[in-house]
Design a protein around this ligand. Structure first.
Ligand code: ZN
Length: 233
């Protein structure tokens, strides 16, 4: 079957989000891009996870989102995913959840600062929160505008989406991404852990401050980029 491997990976990623405790009810979706083939595969809309199979993963063209394969309707957040694939050419997978602690930061309209090395291992600095959408942006092209506001957030902060592979959509919840969908799942799990850890840290010590830049750089750059040395060769 065409794009079968891509669909299998998308299915596995969506199931992994449930198993990691990041998804309640159907509040989550994951997609993967095959940029050489010019397609993305994404979870269908509103199908319970226990009924999710490779046969209802939807394949769409990139960049326009035209239907390629699959009978189900794609996730309602598909325009956000498409916008991010087009805006951020380095990413190959996107995960959106309403995981509890990251969602709490999004609802508070607060960025997630880097309070420790766990955060620094995955995100080279604070995970930003977007501005709220306007009434007009919500009324028309809401999901596409969610992607536009995320792109605008990274542009205004001059952030490389590969250095900080996640965002908190204001009043909504987290989006995470990565070179692959497997990386995106890992970043979504890391984001939720760091958001929970930050909440607990502030309970213990309300003014707990961020780690110094040299420690942040050390942890991020030993795992990412040309000088990375963490893990097996
Ligand atoms: Zn959502």
């Amino acid at each position: 079957m065409p794009h079968d491997e891509l669909k299998q990976r998308v299915l596995r990623a969506n199931v992994a989000l449930v198993e990691a405790g990041l998804v309640t009810l159907t509040w989550g979706n994951a997609s993967a891009a095959d940029r050489d083939a010019g397609v993305i595969a994404i979870k269908p809309s509103g199908i319970p996870y226990d009924q999710l199979g490779v046969e209802n993963i939807v394949v769409l063209s990139l960049p326009s989102g035209g239907a390629i394969d699959g009978r189900a309707k794609p996730s309602s957040d598909t325009p956000t995913h498409l916008h991010l694939y087009n805006a951020f050419p380095g990413i190959g997978g996107i995960v959106h959840t309403h995981s509890l602690h990251a969602t709490a930061f999004a609802q508070a309209g607060r960025e997630l600062p880097c309070l420790g090395t766990t955060h620094a291992d995955h995100f080279h600095g604070a995970v930003p929160v977007t501005r709220p959408l306007t009434e007009a942006e919500v009324a028309k092209d809401y999901e596409r505008n969610t992607g536009r506001v995320i792109q605008g957030c990274f542009e205004s902060l001059r952030l490389d989406p590969m250095d900080v592979p996640a965002v908190l959509a204001h009043g909504h919840g987290p989006f995470a991404w990565g070179k692959t969908i497997e990386d995106a799942v890992e970043n979504a799990i890391a984001l939720e852990f760091c958001a929970q850890a930050a909440s607990l840290t502030w309970q213990l010590d309300p003014p707990a401050c961020t780690i110094p830049q040299f420690l942040l750089d050390k942890h991020f750059l030993r795992k990412h980029g040309p000088s990375a040395y963490y893990g097996q060769r």
